[in-house]
Design a protein around this ligand. Structure first.
Ligand code: KG4
Ligand code: ZN
Length: 338
């Protein structure tokens, strides 16, 4: 089954064609990051306009690259939540028009379910159930993936997402938006013990976590150094920050693996590209004898291939929409699709 998949929830317009949920025939991405960088973050209005400009051309490009015709497409999958509402609406409306014109099923896909599904592309042998650590710009949670479309959230951030903190700290350090990748690179030559930063303590739900205290502590440290004229060792601050984020995530994942008994752990989302987190996860899981699924960097960030992968399983589960499909800025990954 050839699914034409559309992703436009933030600052990447993407169209992919994915066969049977696992084989990516093409994944075309038009990134707007350079445009938003001038403003230090995503400007929603600019994002929506750029999606409109890019989306038709990308769909044509996807067909041209695969040599497929419109008639070879069996269904249209689209991110319908969560994201910047104007941005998501562009993808949803495009997908509705395409589904109607081609008379093919329309499959709504939750963006975070898509991130999890990036692992199905990277690891064709991976099947639920498994545990998944989702770490993106807007979400941070530990998910029990019981089946392709049935999940339970074991724990989540109570305030900021990990990616949000990376971006905020990166911005204050003068790094280009989005700060995560630059911060990660700077950390590689820093001393992670040089600065003491807080780790959130387990709360009522031991799987829940918090990042706002860590973010504030890092920002205070930067400002304090500035005010007293002390030179900041930026690389070491980045290394200390990455270590604090990882120390917040990894022990909770270990606890979840131990308590659920899962021997399979997947990681998903843009922050899954972080080298410190990847290293610590691999080390911790190995000690538990658990298999780790880490998508390649190209599948960690936003892309449409992951939407096509999840779209296939949503279709098999009967989760198709009609022309009344709406877009949502927020929506849980659990429960009814629409
Ligand atoms: O999943 P994603 O592409 O978009 C959302 O769905 O939010 O995640 C984007 C986030 C940004 O906050 C970005 O700074 C972060 O992923 N990120 C990283 C790295 N690469 C991207 N954070 C830490 N280390 C990285 N190497
Ligand atoms: Zn994303």
């Amino acid at each position: 089954m050839n699914i034409l998949a559309v992703e436009s929830s933030c600052d990447e317009t993407a169209v992919a064609i994915v066969q049977d949920g696992r084989k990516v025939l093409t994944d075309c991405i038009a990134s707007q990051v350079d445009l938003h960088r001038i403003y230090g973050g995503v400007v929603p209005e600019i994002a929506s306009r750029m999606h409109i400009e890019a989306i038709y051309g990308l769909a044509d490009q996807a067909l041209a690259k695969t040599g497929l015709s419109r008639q070879d497409i069996d269904a249209i999958a689209v991110t319908y939540a969560p994201g910047l509402i104007g941005a998501v609406l562009v993808g949803v409306n495009f997908a509705k028009a395409a589904a109607m014109a081609l008379n093919k099923p329309l499959i709504p896909v939750h963006h975070i379910r898509g991130h999890i599904a990036a692992n199905y592309i990277a690891y064709p042998e991976l099947k639920p159930p498994f545990l998944c650590l989702v770490v993106s710009g807007g979400h941070t949670m530990i998910v029990d993936v019981q089946d392709y479309t049935k999940m339970e959230i074991l724990g989540t951030t109570l305030d900021d997402a990990a990616g949000e903190c990376f971006d905020k700290v990166g911005r204050v350090l003068g790094m280009p938006y989005p700060g995560g990748a630059a911060l990660d690179k700077a950390a590689s030559t820093g001393d992670d013990t040089k600065y003491t930063l807080p780790r959130s303590k387990p709360g009522v739900n031991p799987y829940d976590m918090s990042f706002s205290g860590l973010k504030t502590a890092a920002l205070n440290l930067i400002h304090h150094n500035e005010q007293v004229g002390e030179e900041l060792d930026i690389n070491s601050l980045c290394a200390s920050f990455c270590s604090a984020v990882s120390d917040t995530l990894v022990p909770r994942v270990v606890m979840a693996l131990e308590q659920t008994g899962y021997k399979k752990l997947a990681v998903a989302g843009g922050v899954a590209a972080n080298s410190r987190i990847r290293r610590d996860i691999l080390y911790a899981a190995e000690k538990l004898g658990a298999e780790v699924y880490l998508p390649p960097l190209s599948l960690c960030g936003d892309n449409a291939a992951m939407i096509g992968a999840q779209g296939y399983y949503e279709y098999l589960a009967g989760n198709v929409a009609d022309m009344s499909l709406n877009a949502f800025a927020t929506k849980s990954i659990i429960g009814e699709t629409i």
